[in-house]
Design a protein around this ligand. Structure first.
Ligand SMILES: Cc1cc2nc3c(=O)[nH]c(=O)nc-3n(C[C@H](O)[C@H](O)[C@H](O)COP(=O)(O)OP(=O)(O)OC[C@H]3O[C@@H](n4cnc5c(N)ncnc54)[C@H](O)[C@@H]3O)c2cc1C
Length: 418
């Protein structure tokens, strides 16, 4: 079933045009080929070479069409080969392109490269742009973002112990990371390092620096790809053992690493939520399609059963509330208002709603719901993972409570209208 995207009367023409053009590519070029593009229909680990080669060739063809349509790299400014979209334009485009899982990569948005590209755009020098950003953008290099450590809570990034010390003109890095996504394919990692003592003077937020480390530097040891959801993965565990890189590989000023990570995550959370909404939208359409066609005891369609009608209403409410909360948050960010409570709220609410919507769609589809013939099983795992990645639920709840209480303690009640 194609995604039903029509112009939204409250949006400006440009956003509507971007959404319609994106939907055209998703509906006409991507959805009909999904099984062959990603090899869902077979066991991808054992897929024959010709199936893998066909998928690759089809993906390239679609990427060319995306470029011709002017929809390549929505996250990047024009001078770096992207669409140069505003924040809201990008957010609204994401809900459309995420209707088909994996489609983002066909539009030039591949995590973690996309987050690294944005950090390089903002913090990189012209030399770093040329050496690292351009190859990432034209696809000749891959990258990873190496922050989380097995021995420290990722939910408190200021606790990291990976250390970088200056020795002449070089940073010397020692530490132990894991869950560095894309770790095997990456040509370089952006590594979050402690560059000042945790208990030394100065603010806790100013003691981190992000440093570019080429993967082939002596002392970079990939221990393993950490298996995830029962399957091998490229989320790598890496030991940095006396790794030496030139001083000019640091991103931004010494001590700006924490701020750079916050920049990456803040807007990124809105984009991720709009992606989740596109995926929920798809799961909803798939659920309804099955409810309208599956005959059960006595030949009645599933749609006539009240349990199932409950699923429709609950998923409708989940999607509407998730979508409107996210758009409200995006509008606040665009207007310059303080969006912190809203960012945390959507980071908690949207993945949980996504999880519920996909869960119901799986239930309706029965065994097919957990099979590789549909995108639902991978969506389900993705939704569950999102409750941990980019800041787990509990940490965001703590932040919302802090922000609310701080305001009441200051003698002012919360204003839900602003
Ligand atoms: C598939 C996947 C890909 C990832 N990719 C990357 C990547 O590319 N690069 C990278 O650096 N990292 C990556 N990560 C790591 C991710 O960012 C971390 O898992 C996340 O930040 C949580 O950190 P943690 O796993 O150490 O959990 P912890 O911080 O140990 O948290 C465990 C639990 O404790 C709870 N908790 C923590 N503090 C409190 C508190 N004060 N009160 C109550 N509860 C609390 C948390 O909410 C959570 O539920 C990835 C993770 C996954 C699953």
């Amino acid at each position: 079933m194609p995604m039903n995207v029509k112009p939204v009367s409250t949006l400006d023409n440009e956003i509507n045009e971007i959404r319609l053009a994106t939907a055209e590519i998703v509906n006409q070029e991507i959805l009909p080929l999904e099984g062959r593009l990603w090899g869902w229909l077979s066991d991808s680990a054992n897929a024959p070479n010709e199936v893998v080669a066909e998928g690759k060739a089809l993906r390239r063809q679609i990427q060319e069409k995306v470029k011709e349509a002017g929809l390549w790299a929505p996250h990047l400014p024009r001078e770096f080969g992207g669409m140069g979209l505003s924040f809201l334009q990008h957010a609204y485009m994401n809900e459309v392109l995420a209707y088909s899982p994996g489609a983002a990569s066909l539009f030039g948005v591949v995590a973690p490269n996309s987050g690294n590209q944005k950090i390089l755009v903002k913090y990189g020098t012209p030399e770093q742009h040329e050496k690292w950003l351009q190859p990432l953008t034209n696809g000749t290099m891959q990258s990873g973002f190496s922050m989380t450590e097995p021995d420290k809570p990722g939910s408190d990034p200021r606790s990291i112990t990976t250390r970088a010390e200056l020795d002449g003109d070089e940073w010397v890095i020692n530490g132990h990371k894991w869950f560095t996504s894309n770790g095997y394919a990456a040509d370089f990692y952006i590594v979050m390092c402690r560059t000042a003592d945790a208990d030394g003077s100065g603010a806790a937020n100013d003691k981190m620096t992000q440093i570019i480390v080429p993967k082939d530097t002596p002392g970079v040891n990939i221990v393993r790809g950490v298996p995830v959801w029962g399957r091998s993965s490229s989320h790598c565990e890496i030991i940095y053992d006396n790794v030496r890189v030139p001083k000019e590989n640091q991103l931004g000023r010494t001590g700006t690493g924490h701020q750079a990570a916050q920049d990456r995550l803040g807007a990124g959370r809105v984009y991720h939520c709009m992606n989740s909404i596109g995926s929920m939208w798809r799961a909803f359409d798939l659920m309804i399609e099955r409810l309208m066609t599956r005959e059960v005891h006595g030949g009645e369609k599933l749609e006539s059963k009240q349990f199932m009608q409950g699923f429709i209403a609950e998923s409708y409410m989940d999607i509407q509330s998730a979508r409107l909360m996210t758009i409200d948050c995006a509008e606040k960010m665009e207007s310059g208002a303080d969006p912190r409570a809203d960012i945390s709220a959507i980071k908690i609410f949207v993945p949980a709603a996504y999880h519920r919507v996909v869960d119901r769609a799986i239930q309706v589809w029965g065994a097919a719901g957990v099979s590789g013939d549909l995108p639902l099983a991978s969506m389900y795992q993705g939704a569950r993972t999102l409750r941990l990645a980019d800041g787990p639920d509990e940490v965001h709840k703590i932040l919302i409570a802090k922000l609310v209480l701080r305001r009441y303690h200051a003698g002012e009640a919360w204003d839900f209208g602003n």
